[in-house]
Write a protein that binds this ligand. Sequence first.
Ligand code: PLP
Length: 405
Amino acid sequence: MGSSPTAPTTRVMNTYARLPLEIVKGKGAWIQDLKGNNYLDAVAGIATCTLGHSDRVMNWYLNKQLNKIQHTSNLYQVPEQEALAAWITTHSCFDKVFFCNSGAEANEAAIKLARKHAHQVRGIERPVILTAEAGFHGRTLATISATGQSKYHRGFEPMVNGFRFFAYNNISSFNSLLAATESEGPRVAAILIEPLQGEGGVNPGDVVFFKHLRECCDAYNILLIFDEVQTGVGRSGELWGYNKLGIEPDAFTLAKGLGGGIPIGALAIKQKHDLLCPGDHASTFGGNPFACRAGLTVMKELERRNLTHHAKRMGRLLQELLTELVKSYPEHLEGLRGWGLLQGLILKKGGLTAPVLVKQAMLEKLLIVPAGLEVVRFLPPLTIKPCELREAVRRLERAIQLLLD
Ligand SMILES: *Cc1c(COP(=O)(O)O)cnc(C)c1O
């Protein structure tokens, strides 16, 4: 006990490789550290702070809610939950919403719904959910099992049964997995997939591939479930990621951007899949008045300020600026991929790596985030201004120059 030289300097568990930056406050697309340095924030709490930091309207509504009531539980009616569900369902192809606290939890709810649908509607005894390689669905046991990346499984085996993987955007890989699985009798309950793979390297979904998924799901009565934890809430330049693909899923999950930085997750479904009954699924905190007030404020402000359209325009500007940068450093930069304000700058193999560039950018007072070793991701608040995007790319260029010197 006491202070040996090896005593830990932190009492927080060592689950994160944190950068040495202590953030004390933020406003809009800017954050400030302990020493008073200002950073341009193109991470926005990993695509969560939709309206930017400490937004005036958000603060006003959250303060008002704190003075009214914060938490009551789902033993009682929650009017704020009803209001947020009403907003989501009138602005999407869905009819019903379940609220929880995170993306992984939203996917857990989706997985349970898919299994219940398979058992109850289709009489499948051992349902299988098909998901994509390089996907990401969260860090709980079922959601790492659903995540087609072995690095998230290692050390935590055995995985939860009932997930099989196909190559993203690859029709023949998907077809052979579907055929192999269905050859054992009806087995496939659902396809769980991101319309654009975020953590997996910013890979946008292909329209033809997703149309094919929709057709197969219709033919077999398989649920098509989109994980829109990262792509939802205006981030893609459309309100929902599925708007980019010209098809409607049977259900989708939301989290990240929905609460504007307050923890909330949601599963939204079409009426005909409303199968979960009292006792089937629950959450103590899920959809509490404070979190739903945050979600409702984000959605209403998105609408009032036309932020989805703004995200589309700013996404185009960011693409132009980054394309110029790629042209200036053809030996080190491969290109870019993305939708709206979810853009990935692809680094050439064998040169700069994403974690190194992210660290150097931080020294240049720009926050960006890796998506794997070869992609750096831009996820700024949807409220970001053109001059701020220009400044962000200037800072990134300085970071690249310094690393190449
Ligand atoms: C971040 C993310 C999750 C996990 O969300 P948590 O809130 O961290 O549980 C799941 N799916 C996708 C696509 C994500 O980007």
